[in-house]
Design a binder for this molecule. Sequence first.
Ligand code: HEM
Length: 332
Amino acid sequence: MALDQDDADYDSYVGNAILTAASATEGGMASEQLVDATLVAATADLVMLEAEALTAHPSVAQSVRVRSSVRVLTRVHELAPGFALPRQLIDEPLALLDRWARMNDVATAHASYQCAVAVSGQVPSVVRDAIDITLLPTTRVHDEQMFVRCIQIFESLYRQVADRVAQSIIALDAGNTDQTVALLAEAARRVRATRVLYRVLTTMPPDAFAVIRAHTHGRSAVQSRPYRRVEDLSAPRPPGGSQASTTDADRCGTTLQEILLLRERELGREAATPVRQTMSELDSAWRAMKRSHWGVTLKTIGKVRGTGGTAGADYLRVTAQRPLFPLLSTPA
Ligand code: HEM
């Protein structure tokens, strides 16, 4: 990472400016389909990187890494439902996982690579190019490449979830409860699908991550704007409750929780019950995702401070308990 040693931050590490530009339409608006295409391309590249590493240095640990990466490929249609892949490209990695135990490392590496190439071939070249030029690790440790790809996958997903929450505020404000439920249910499905990603992250060896951490000081996903946007749009946050990085534009306006309370007063509690239930589903999925992140962090770095300056795992344990919609988790 030769480009920003002096003013390093999370956005440049992820390549956010490039990925955002690649997923914009000609009018400059983000295209939901292209954001999902970014996620698909990052997943395919993750599988290719790991398969190549297995071919170069076969080992049980690397084979486990490739298998968990291929499992992500089998779930891209849930992580990124807006980018439709032919059914055959979802079935192929599933069939490969079934055959896994009967194949040797060279064969699994080759077959995984081929599956990923086929998926990557579906992605528009502008997105593929953006993915190519945003692999900007700070070390020569192979595991950092996996880390960068996982962060990019999550970042695209946070963007989509934040957009769904923003759109559901508008829909509920207009009294369209069916659309609100559909948007929030889709967001919850995406968040639940992140489970497969933690199975990849958990293959990160602590000694390798110690080297990466030593070179990524000041860069942390605690600075992720779409992640913070999800939380800020959901309900009013107590000041100083977490690391803020959203803009004023995201913070102003009415949150989803506030709109729900207004609508319940107008329409009656019963009419808004499906919305309430879907918000609870999203809340559960979001907190489960945060608990998994806390678990991986504890396993990988123990209780040392984070590169973003927080207390690390202890900070994550506390924030994972915080509901997305605090008023829904207490009896009304
Ligand atoms: C082995 C892998 C990982 C470890 C050890 C780890 C560790 C940490 C730590 C210690 C923090 C606290 C903030 C700080 O001081 O830096 C944090 C925050 C965070 N991390 Fe990770 N992380 C990992 C992977 C990821 C990945 C792949 C993502 C996806 C983007 C991610 C997303 C986040 C987010 C969004 C926060 C802010 C949480 C909040 O404020 O509620 N992490 N991480």
